[in-house]
Design a protein around this ligand. Structure first.
Ligand SMILES: [Fe+2]
Length: 279
């Protein structure tokens, strides 16, 4: 099977969330996530930090308007465009402003808008704390359909699977570059976003993030812990809309290895202790 997304070196570049109160949410991302908010008109905000950007527009709470993946280069983007055409996937009229104007946008199996493009330079953004935007995870009713689309049609590569005792998929982690996962999907009783994650790099950076959260009176909702798949250290906080935010470190880098299967149990989600099991 052709691993087109992997060949394209796609990485999560930015997200666009809706919110009933975009100004309040963008203020949170400005102060707490060190992503300076800038009004872009129409009650929409661009929050920019170093290697992390989020758009927030007026709309439904917790709704992802789109996720945008940048490719390594034009050749990679063209491979994805050819693949989308070969698979007969419908292309939608969505050109993210933060991309050059030759992006391609599609709708995934659960109705999420996904764009692939080439990034524009983001020279001015500064953040004290390190944490490039790194992965997005979905909630779904059917992880098998997620795999059919992202692996079978777009050419993401499976890094690890988590299985229920009956063999059904509880979670699947897929990658489109050397990082253990750029996208993952959890079986749940709802369709949407589970969380998005920033990769801080090392353990001390998580300490610094947590000290920063403490100084802002933001309580951790989960962690610190270490995930089994990906072997990354993590803490989670919630934004004012209840979107889950992960700060991660030491996420596995994969050069070549077969995918592994893990049992659906607390230890898989957190080798150190308590887990939040989604199904
Ligand atoms: Fe994560």
């Amino acid at each position: 099977m052709k691993q087109t997304a992997l060949l394209a070196g796609a990485y999560l570049h930015h997200l666009c969330f809706e919110s009933p109160n975009p100004e309040k949410l963008s203020d949170f991302y400005g102060k707490i996530m060190q992503m300076k908010p800038q009004s872009i008109g129409g009650n929409a905000w661009l929050c920019s930090g170093k290697n992390r950007q989020i758009l927030i527009k007026e709309g439904m709470k917790n709704r992802l308007e789109f996720a945008a993946f940048s490719c390594r280069d034009e050749e990679g983007l063209n491979l994805l465009k050819e693949r989308v055409k070969e698979e007969g996937i419908e292309v939608i009229n969505l050109q993210p402003d933060l991309f050059q104007n030759d992006a391609i946008s599609i709708v995934d199996q659960d109705g999420h808008n996904i764009s692939f493009g080439l990034s524009k330079p983001n020279m001015n953004a500064e953040s004290v704390l390190n944490g490039p935007l790194q992965h997005l995870t979905f909630s779904t009713l059917n992880v098998e359909k997620f795999v059919d689309f992202y692996v079978g049609k777009l050419g993401f590569c499976v890094s690890d699977r988590v299985l229920h005792s009956n063999g059904n998929l509880a979670t699947c982690f897929v990658r489109s570059n050397h990082e253990h996962h750029t996208v993952a999907c959890f079986k749940s009783d709802r369709i949407g976003v589970d969380h998005h994650s920033y990769e801080a790099g090392e353990w001390n950076a998580i300490r610094d993030w947590c000290d920063h959260f403490a100084s802002m009176n933001i309580e951790l909702m989960w962690g610190p812990g270490r995930h089994g798949p990906g072997n990354n250290l993590f803490v989670f906080v919630e934004d004012p809309d209840g979107n889950w935010i992960e700060i991660s470190a030491e996420l596995e880098v994969i050069h070549d290895r077969p995918s592994n299967d893990w049992p659906q149990e607390e230890r898989t989600l957190n080798l150190w202790g308590k887990a939040i099991l989604r199904s």
